[in-house]
Design a protein around this ligand. Structure first.
Ligand code: FAD
Length: 378
């Protein structure tokens, strides 16, 4: 059985970032992915400037991607079963985000890890994990390997967190369900990024124009998702940008997304660490998970390199979940009156600018609430 220093399960942004940083430090790392790469990933595909800055800080430079559309503004509005309204356009001074195809984006990150010396096994699903003395033994079809460290980056549906006893299955209020489709018959909206709040208690609907197609979808926490399909149909048929008057012929994708800004249980036991979606690291306000996947990949790799994985949980709290708690507060405030929140952003350029700073990676939810709390509440 081959022995590695580190095995990373899952080749999404979290796993690929960790594998690249480890390999660059000459650590013998195996990256295991159950799909054949490049693999599709159900996602809006919005990559914030914050995510790109985190990659740059980890010395990861993306090649030129075929799918990478600059976004210089975003439009915010409200939606429910009665109406869909575009209420505010927020212009960015520079590109605050890009729209990409996750198959291409994620594969570029994996190729970067391979170039730096990580070994990849694709088309191999990890089905069991055992601990023997101080080693982890990973099993897949006709395959087993050992390692001292185990980084679990197998996403929201991954099973390693359950196999290792970190958590049980997600509760219905800890995870969101999204319905998404790709459409080609539409009128390009003035802004590529369009977010609509209000129709769901947690989450929103989106219309992301990627140039040759648009990603359209909506999501909410599982326990409130009974109307989601109807709401999605309504949103698709009534959006002023779609020409589709029926959703019958659309190929629908459904996928889950962590909803609480970090799981409540442990994310590190001994030398096993949970990364990215597996640890619930998604912004509960915007549903953005790519930057936190990258950031947790870097923190995990750095902890392994410095031989201090005992600090992983603390660092994730300091750098990620400590601030996502404030994003949860923002979710609650916006839920009270989504229209009022969007109108505030439309009419008060300092609030809008403060919010965009978070997407840029130049500010935090804590700072945003500190600056705007009174205006948001009164
Ligand atoms: C509909 C939707 C839209 C979204 N839109 C955005 C957006 O626009 N911007 C944004 O920032 N975030 C978005 N997100 C969130 C984002 O997709 C995730 O947060 C991000 O992909 C997390 O990265 P990850 O590396 O942790 O996991 P993933 O990207 O999910 O990667 C996990 C990998 O592990 C593999 N795997 C799973 N089980 C095993 C196994 N047993 N053995 C081997 N491999 C395994 C999977 O095949 C997968 O490749 C969206 C999510 C959804 C559901």
């Amino acid at each position: 059985m081959i022995n590695y220093d580190v095995i990373v399960i899952g080749a999404g942004p979290a796993g690929a970032t960790a594998a690249a940083i480890l390999a660059e430090s000459d650590i013998n790392a195996l990256l295991i992915e159950k799909e054949k790469l490049p693999r599709p990933k159900i996602c809006g595909g919005a990559v914030s400037k914050r995510a790109l800055s985190l990659l740059a800080a980890a010395d990861i430079l993306l090649p030129e991607l075929k799918t990478f559309k600059k976004c210089r503004s975003m439009q915010l509005g409200t939606f429910d079963f009665e109406s869909i309204e575009d209420l505010a356009t927020i212009k960015f001074e520079n590109e605050a985000a890009y729209l990409t195809d996750r198959a291409e984006f994620d594969y570029a990150l994996v190729q970067n890890a391979i170039t730096k010396g990580a070994e990849l096994k694709q088309n191999l699903m990890v089905t069991n994990i055992k601990k023997e003395n101080s080693q982890f033994i990973i099993y897949g079809a006709d395959f087993s390997a050992k390692s001292k460290y185990l980084l679990c980056a197998d996403g929201v549906n991954g099973t390693s967190a359950i196999l290792l006893g970190f958590r049980d299955k997600w509760n219905d209020d800890e995870v969101g369900l999204c319905i998404e489709s790709s459409i080609t018959d539409y009128e390009p909206p003035p802004s590529p990024l369009n977010f609509y709040f209000g129709g769901v208690k947690w989450g929103y609907a989106w219309f992301f124009d990627k140039g040759d197609h648009a990603s359209i979808g909506t999501g909410t926490v599982l326990k409130e998702a009974s109307n989601l399909r109807r709401l999605f149909n309504y949103f698709v048929m009534r959006s002023r940008y779609t020409n589709t008057r029926s959703t019958e012929n659309l190929k629908l994708n459904a996928w889950r997304i962590p909803a609480t800004g970090g799981i409540s249980g442990n994310i590190a036991t001994g030398n096993a660490l949970l990364l990215g979606d597996a640890a619930g690291l998604v912004d509960p306000f915007l549903g953005e998970g790519i930057p936190y996947a990258i950031q947790s990949g870097k923190i995990a790799a750095d902890c392994v390199i410095k031989n201090n994985v005992g600090d992983y949980r603390k660092k994730i709290e300091e750098e990620i979940t400590g601030d996502l708690k404030y994003a949860r507060i923002l979710v609650k405030i916006v839920k009270l009156d989504p229209k009022r929140f969007i109108k505030l952003l439309a009419n008060d350029s300092t609030i809008a600018r403060d919010y965009v700073k978070i997407v840029l990676g130049d500010s935090t939810y804590r700072q945003f609430l500190k600056n705007t709390f009174k205006k948001l509440i009164f």
